[in-house]
Design a protein around this ligand. Sequence first.
Ligand SMILES: *[C@@H]1O[C@H](CO)[C@@H](O)[C@H](O)[C@H]1NC(C)=O
Ligand SMILES: *[C@@H]1O[C@H](CO)[C@@H](O)[C@H](O)[C@H]1NC(C)=O
Ligand SMILES: *[C@@H]1O[C@H](CO)[C@@H](O)[C@H](O)[C@H]1NC(C)=O
Length: 144
Amino acid sequence: MPSITLRGLSSSFFITFIVVFHFSFPCHGDVGTASRYSPPYIPSGCYGSDATEFPSSNLFAAAGDGIWDNGAACGREYIVRCISAEEPRTCIPNQSIQIKIVDYVDSAVSLPSINGTTMVLSDMTFGTIANTSATFINIEFQQL
Ligand SMILES: *[C@@H]1O[C@H](CO)[C@@H](O)[C@H](O)[C@H]1NC(C)=O
Ligand SMILES: *[C@@H]1O[C@H](CO)[C@@H](O)[C@H](O)[C@H]1NC(C)=O
Ligand SMILES: *[C@@H]1O[C@H](CO)[C@@H](O)[C@H](O)[C@H]1NC(C)=O
């Protein structure tokens, strides 16, 4: 089971969720959560202020504590899919995206929509897989 720091979330809900999910879909990537953050985007946790490190797709995220890996997460790419959210129909069906980690949540200039998630997607990245009215979503993610 992935270790997730849940400062702002209900942990019993997520533990139940993760167990159920793993039994139903044992062969996929890890499950976690994603919040979102707004500009300005300065990749200070990874690259100082070097904006050339943003992927050309413009789909990027800041790593949460669960995947930060002491900085080794910088530049890692993940396939991310929205699997559920508190509000039904938040996820855009059948959408997977490839994102790049460009920052660490605690170094990011702007605060995440909620603390304690696996990763924090830029607003545009979040909106590619889910309704941006949501504060956070449950995700499936797999490192490339
Ligand atoms: C999503 O994928 C499933 C399975 O491949 C398919 O049955 C369904 O029609 C797709 N939904 C949309 C909205 O594309
Ligand atoms: C997240 O934590 C930071 C620092 O502890 C705090 O300032 C901020 O208000 C928190 N954000 C939310 C959405 O609770
Ligand atoms: C996004 O969610 C909000 C609040 O639940 C809802 O009013 C809006 O219609 C949703 N947008 C889309 C495109 O589904």
